[in-house]
Design a binder for this molecule. Structure first.
Ligand code: MN3
Length: 204
């Protein structure tokens, strides 16, 4: 059972000028596909080789031998995180959370702007490579970060509703060392319409 890259729901240049086409192309073609190929190699011949989704692999994660866990964490995390990241971006600019999602963000952070400020500062402050997340757990939103490709939902109880890749490969061509500028740009192209629908669906 070989995993394949999911098609991007927009073109590489669709997120310009916020995310440039060259970065999107390298990120998708080289980094994202690289994680999938390494995951396929890592799971070949193991107990998870016949599982048909990352969801099924994460459900088994805690029972796996530690060397396989390490590989799933790196490459399965790279696959899962990037898939979420692609889906949470949209060429339709300047969307905002709506419905239950907006209500919950307002309740847990005070306002959208307060949420954005906390998310941006934690993403900017993350040392080295990793991800920043808006996470729903036990009926409450928080902002969390993870190192390298660790998937925040690996514990089975944390549900990510926003994912931001803060590895340098995600922004260095356009933004060089200015990670805060990349984070600010990201907030223009978040697919809040889809995220709001997803939140509504999972919290009926
Ligand atoms: Mn990346």
């Amino acid at each position: 059972m070989l995993f394949k890259a999911d098609a991007l729901p927009y073109k590489f240049d669709a997120l310009e000028p916020y995310f440039d086409a060259k970065t999107m192309e390298i990120h998708y073609e080289k980094h994202y596909k690289g994680y999938i190929s390494k995951l396929n190699d890592a799971k070949a011949g193991t107990e998870i080789d016949e599982l048909e989704s990352m969801h099924a692999i994460w459900e088994r994660y805690s029972t796996l031998p530690s060397d396989l866990q390490t590989k799933v964490n790196k490459f399965g995390g790279g696959y899962t995180n990037h898939y979420m990241f692609w889906m949470m971006l949209s060429p339709e600019e300047n969307q905002k959370p709506s419905g239950k999602l907006k209500q919950s963000i307002d309740r847990d952070f005070g306002s959208y702007d307060a949420f954005k400020s906390e998310f941006s500062s934690k993403a900017a402050g993350l040392f080295g490579s990793g991800w920043a997340w808006l996470v729903w757990k036990d009926g409450k939103f928080t902002v969390q970060t993870t190192a390298n490709q660790e998937f925040i939902g690996r514990d089975g109880v944390s549900s990510p509703y926003l994912a931001l890749d803060v590895w340098e490969h995600a922004y260095y061509l356009k933004y060089q060392n200015k990670r805060p500028d990349y984070i600010e740009a990201f907030f223009n192209i978040i697919n809040w319409n889809w995220i709001s629908e997803m939140f509504e669906e999972y919290n009926k």
